[in-house]
Design a protein around this ligand. Structure first.
Ligand code: SDX
Length: 428
């Protein structure tokens, strides 16, 4: 007998099916709510209690600090896998065989050339344009050069769109960075693996031989694994809802880039390092900034702290914090920001304000310290997050389309004026 939830409104009872997930999460299926009750809807600003879909991609348990991609623990994947292999897992559901991985990697490389006319768009940006704004525009512009919308009933077409965006997106990101630096645009080097190629596109200058540092390549590879998916976060939900209107994959991902840019979401990694620099400039007075973060009259927030879902440690933050120590030691870098970050964390996690609100460091709190050690400037931190999150956006878009999810169109509770008559301007 299927489980039911009972809702009572004005003395009338209504039953709704209870659906359990494979990790025993419980949901109430309210798809019949409005028709069964004659128009009653639920209200849940920010969707804090509302599931938008069923998904088999990522499982996270915010209370216990658990994160798994397709059933594999994030700690296991970060330790043993690599970015592109995890991308295959997230998108197609299983770890690839050697042949599948080699084909996937080669198909992506074959798509890493951009249409030369894209340079005209880059020329049109001012040098100081934020790279996230350029990346969102350039990703959307890909539709101009690839106008055919993917037929999702064709596995071949869908696969081709997947490898195309994985091949082109990091080149667009690197070209945005070159625009900011005023250096020549680097092409993809298909003799390199995915992450090494990103490093050479970001940093190579034509007058010098570019030397890859295995420590920085490994650090970036592991860091980006931790960013690959995170179930229905703001930017992924954006990719899904844009795609639900049957907008193309590139247009949907362009929207996801814009959503990620916000400082409450992916933009936080840039805001964290700016905050740490401000505290350092201010003599390292951590207590002063903890007080500011707690002061309701002060708009200052402890960036990189708190999370909508994690009410325990963000497992990614724990891994990144240990990586930060390792990478800085290996690269022989002493970054005062790391010491300030650790001090902030130590003071905050002893403070009732943060403890009672279950505010812990999130994925963005320490990541900027590693990006900076790799020579990546702070305005590019969220672009790196986008490169990391691309496989998740693709996987979620693909799952939504293959499941033939309906177009996303939430309801609202109207609280405006009741009916009133027009009056001419002379009588107002
Ligand atoms: C990411 O959703 C995902 O999965 C996102 C992400 C992913 O991988 O896709 O994990 C990536 O976006 C991580 C989050 C990065 N953002 C930041 O670090 C920005 C700083 N953090 C906050 O703005 C906030 O914690 C959010 C946006 C992350 C979560 O906000 P919620 O869930 O809406 O919580 P809230 O704003 O309602 O806060 C609850 C309370 C409030 O105080 P009270 O009204 O109860 O008195 O906690 C306070 C907030 O004022 N609070 C903070 C705080 N975060 C929450 N107070 C000070 N500093 C903070 N950082």
């Amino acid at each position: 007998m299927s489980e039911k939830a009972i809702l009572e409104i004005d003395g009338k009872k209504f039953e709704f099916p209870i659906i359990r997930g494979t990790e025993n999460e419980v949901s109430i299926d309210i798809k019949s709510l409005r028709s069964a009750t004659g128009g009653v809807i639920t209200l849940d600003s920010g969707f804090k209690n509302t599931g938008s879909c069923k998904s088999a991609i990522t499982f996270l348990n915010g209370e216990e600090g658990v994160l798994r991609y397709r059933g594999y623990a994030i700690e296991d994947l970060a330790e043993n896998s690599n970015f592109l292999e995890v991308a295959y897992l997230i998108i197609f559901g299983n770890l690839p065989s050697k042949e599948q991985f080699v084909k996937f990697e080669n198909d992506i490389k074959s798509e890493s050339l951009l249409n030369e006319e894209i340079k005209n768009i880059i020329d049109g940006f001012p040098k100081v344009a934020h790279p996230m704004g350029m990346l969102s525009s350039l990703t959307s512009a890909l539709t101009a050069f690839n106008p055919v919308t993917v037929d999702i009933n064709s596995e071949k077409e869908l696969y081709h769109a997947v490898v195309k965006i994985l091949g082109k997106f990091p080149v667009l990101a690197a070209w945005a960075h070159s625009k900011n630096k005023g250096t020549p645009l680097n092409y993809s080097d298909n003799s390199l693996d995915y992450i090494s190629n990103i490093m050479q596109m970001l940093f190579r200058i034509p007058t010098e031989k570019y030397r890859l540092n295995p420590i920085t390549v490994e650090a970036l590879d592991k860091l980006l694994i931790l960013h690959e998916d995170h179930e229905q976060n703001c930017s992924t939900s954006t990719v899904r809802i844009v795609g639900s209107s049957e907008a193309g994959l590139f247009a949907s991902i362009s929207a996801g880039v814009s959503a990620l840019w916000g400082r409450l979401h992916g933009g936080a990694n840039q805001a964290v390092i700016e905050m740490l620099e401000q505290i350092e400039k201010d003599g390292g007075d951590v207590e002063k900034y903890i007080l500011k973060a707690k002061d309701k009259n002060d708009s200052f927030r402890l960036m990189g702290f708190g999370h909508r879902v994690y009410k325990n440690f963000d497992p990614r933050a724990r891994i990144i914090k240990s990586y930060a120590d390792e990478v800085l030691k290996d690269l022989n870098i002493n970054d005062p920001a790391l010491k300030i970050a650790k001090h902030l964390e130590e003071v905050a996690l002893k403070d009732e304000y943060f403890v009672s609100r279950k505010l812990y460091p999130n994925v963005d709190f320490y990541s900027g310290i590693i990006y900076r050690a790799l020579g990546i400037p702070s305005e590019m931190f969220t672009v790196m997050f986008a490169i990391g999150r691309l496989p998740g956006w693709i996987a979620q878009w693909r799952e939504m389309r293959l499941n033939h999810e309906p177009i996303g169109r939430p309801r609202q509770l109207y609280i405006g004026e009741n009916l009133r008559k027009y009056t001419s301007i002379n009588n107002r």
